[in-house]
Design a protein around this ligand. Structure first.
Ligand code: ZN
Length: 202
C-alpha cells in the first residue's frame, strides 16, 4: 500500500491533488490538552484527526468515544511509542493492531489509520508490516515543530507558511505541555480559511 503523506494520496480518492483542503492531525494523546483541542476545533466548526498512543488511550476509552461522537477521527500511533530499530516485525504488528482494536472497542467505529511514531523515514517499514493487516499508514507534509516551540504565533506561522493543497499538518495534543499548540489551533484554522482552504479529516 501507499504511505499517505498528503490528502490526495488516500486510496479512497476523496481528494483531488489540487483540492484546497488541509487536515490538522494531533499525535501523542490522549493528554491534558486533548479535550480542549477537540472543543476548540468544534467551536470553529472544524474537526481534527487524533493519533493516540494505545498504552495511554486505554485509560481513557470515554474520551476516544467522545472524540468520534463529536466528528473527529481517531487513529493509532502505536501502543508504546517506542523506537523500532530493535523491534521485530511481529512486535510492530502487535503495536499497531492492539491500538487499532482498542480504538475500535472504545469508539465502535473502524480505526484503519496508523501513524508511525518518531521518524517519517520509518514509515515504509511500518507500512510493510501494517498494510497486510488492513491498516493505512499516514505521515504528514507539514511539520511546524509545535513540540519544540512555545509561542503559538510561531507555531501557526510555521504551519501556514507551508500549507499546500492536500496538506497534512503534524501537531501534538499529548506528550508534554501543549498549551502553545492549543492556542495555535484557532490561528491556524482562521489563517487556512483566509487562504482559501477547507478543513477536513482523514
Ligand atoms: Zn508521536
Amino acid at each position: 500500500m501507499t504511505v499517505v503523506r498528503r490528502l490526495s494520496d488516500l486510496p479512497d480518492g476523496r481528494f483531488a491533488p489540487d483540492e484546497p483542503v488541509i487536515a490538522l492531525t494531533f499525535d501523542d494523546g490522549p493528554g491534558a490538552a486533548t479535550d480542549a483541542v477537540a472543543t476548540a476545533l468544534a467551536k470553529l466548526d472544524a474537526r481534527g484527526t487524533f493519533f493516540v498512543v494505545g498504552s495511554v488511550a486505554q485509560e481513557e476509552p470515554d474520551l476516544l468515544a467522545a472524540l468520534v461522537t463529536a466528528g473527529h477521527v481517531v487513529g493509532g500511533h502505536s501502543w508504546s511509542h517506542g523506537r523500532i530499530d530493535d523491534a521485530t516485525d511481529a512486535e510492530l504488528a502487535e503495536e499497531a493492531l492492539r491500538t487499532s482494536m482498542l480504538i475500535e472497542d472504545a469508539t465502535r467505529a473502524p480505526a484503519p489509520l496508523f501513524r508511525p511514531p518518531y521518524r517519517r523515514v520509518d514509515a515504509p517499514r511500518w507500512d510493510s508490516v501494517v498494510a497486510p493487516l488492513g491498516l493505512q499508514t499516514v505521515t504528514w507534509s507539514v511539520d511546524p515543530r509545535d513540540w519544540a516551540l512555545t509561542d503559538p504565533v510561531a507555531i501557526a506561522t510555521a504551519a501556514l507558511d507551508h500549507l499546500h493543497p492536500g496538506a497534512i499538518v503534524l501537531l501534538h495534543d499529548g506528550g508534554g505541555d501543549r498549551t502553545a499548540t492549543l492556542e495555535a489551533v484557532p490561528l491556524i484554522v482562521h489563517g487556512a480559511r483566509l487562504a482559501g482552504y477547507r478543513l477536513v479529516t482523514l
